[in-house]
Design a protein around this ligand. Structure first.
Ligand SMILES: [Zn+2]
Length: 76
């Protein structure tokens, strides 16, 4: 389960998780459902080291660092 995120800018909880890379067909089907429309946003395939992980649907503020979620392990 994904934890509910709060926007640091407006304190709203209407926040989407930004998905990077090429989405699967299955995921695109999920996105079409009304209940998922505001949960995810597609970030595209251009991935850098400092992409935001979340986007606020209310004010558009983007925050969080994606790599903190996917590369959580310390690779030193
Ligand atoms: Zn916000």
């Amino acid at each position: 389960m994904i934890e509910k995120q709060t926007c640091p800018n407006c304190k709203g909880t209407n926040v989407s998780e930004i998905m990077y890379g090429l989405p699967s067909q299955e995921f695109l089907e999920e996105l079409k459902k009304d209940e998922n429309k505001e949960k995810y946003q597609l970030g595209g395939c251009c991935i850098s080291d400092d992409d935001p992980a979340f986007s606020c649907n209310d004010c558009g503020y983007m925050f969080g660092l994606r790599r903190h979620y996917e590369d959580y392990d310390d690779d030193n």
